[in-house]
Design a binder for this molecule. Structure first.
Ligand code: CP
Length: 331
């Protein structure tokens, strides 16, 4: 029950500013009600995408959005592209592998070049933590972080929160187990920040070599035993084993990792019977997650997460470009 003095942390403050940020760099910059504000804004786009009505909304017409990706992506790049186009923007993609970055151009020179083209918003993915903030400090338009190193992937955490809220009816007061390669995961970091902020119990389940130090400072409980960590969980969020970021011997073998930390039907029995299973993708099937669970028609939310990704990115582009568009109250 909620009284006037015990408002949920995610309620907007009465008369308060809902979302005044120029950029979206990380969940760390957000309050619980700002997260809720984005999720509420995204809800309308879920319905409008499903009905086809979103194709007739051109509120970003005349704006140019540049997606500059210095790392590979399928979901984030395409959903930002679809999100921008669905709202009427001109969207151009810069893949670093086919750009002058390959000729040795620096990150800042690249950013200043894009800035000179008068983009109205930039969506950046980069392999180095902090690179997106560096660009945001230099350019004239809003910058959205599409994943920077091990730091943050804020739109992934927002789409995950929306998926949980739609599936379980709320995204507070839940027990959420985030399992696997937490050490290398910006998805885990953004989700820990968002889900603890919204008032959930967050558990980290990982081998000691893939558990970041000082996790207690992030208000989570750590487990090295998968069965213990999954006990009575409402949400099981599996993470990809990020072999490309492992420069040392973190694991004996993928086979042994699966034996200890792979999500199998038997292991999932430890969680609540109605627990949902999430994965940000791309997946290593048969390593961190069995195919039978990944493709499960009721337990798995993996394709729904992708769908929510388009809606959340539409909401973020809409909110962050309000100043450029002179929307009343935002200029
Ligand atoms: N979840 C995610 O960021 O996927 P991509 O790397 O395909 O964008």
């Amino acid at each position: 029950m909620t009284s006037a003095t015990t408002r949920p942390a995610s309620d907007y403050p009465p008369g308060g500013d809902a979302f005044r940020h120029r950029h979206l760099i990380g969940i760390a910059q957000l309050t619980p009600w700002e997260i809720s504000y984005v999720l509420d804004a995204a809800e309308q786009w879920v319905d409008m995408n499903r009905s086809g009505a979103a194709k007739h909304d051109d509120r970003l017409a005349g704006l140019t959005i540049i997606n500059a990706f210095f790392e590979n992506s399928t979901r984030t790049l395409l959903s930002f592209e679809i999100a921008g186009k669905r709202l009427g923007a001109d969207v151009v993609n810069m893949h670093a592998a086919q750009s002058s970055v390959k000729k040795g151009e620096t990150l800042i020179d690249t950013a200043m070049t894009l800035n000179a083209m008068r983009a109205d918003a930039m969506v950046i993915r980069h392999g180095s933590s902090g690179a997106v903030q560096l660009i945001a400090d230099k350019v004239d338009c809003p910058v959205l972080n599409a994943g920077d190193g091990r730091h943050e992937h804020p739109t992934q955490a927002l789409l995950d929160a929306l998926t949980i809220r739609r599936r379980l009816g709320r995204v507070e007061g839940l027990t959420i187990a985030i399992c696997g390669d937490v050490l290398h995961s910006r998805v885990a970091r953004s989700n820990i920040l968002a889900l603890t902020l919204l008032g959930n119990e967050v558990r980290i389940v990982a081998p000691p070599t893939l558990t970041p130090p000082a996790m207690d400072r992030m208000h989570v409980t750590t487990f090295t035993d998968m069965d213990e960590g999954l006990m009575d969980a409402d949400v099981v969020m599996m993470l990809r084993l990020q072999n490309e970021r492992m420069d040392g011997a973190y694991l004996p073998s993928a086979r042994e990792y699966h034996a200890l930390y792979g999500l199998t039907p038997k292991r999932l029995e430890k969680a609540k019977p109605e627990a949902i299973v999430m994965h940000p993708g791309p997946m290593n099937r048969g390593v961190e997650i069995d195919s039978g669970i990944a493709d499960h028609p009721t337990r798995s939310t993996i394709t729904e997460q992708v769908e929510m990704g388009v809606a959340v990115r539409m909401a973020c582009l809409d909110i962050l470009t309000r100043r450029q568009r002179g929307v009343a109250g935002w200029n």
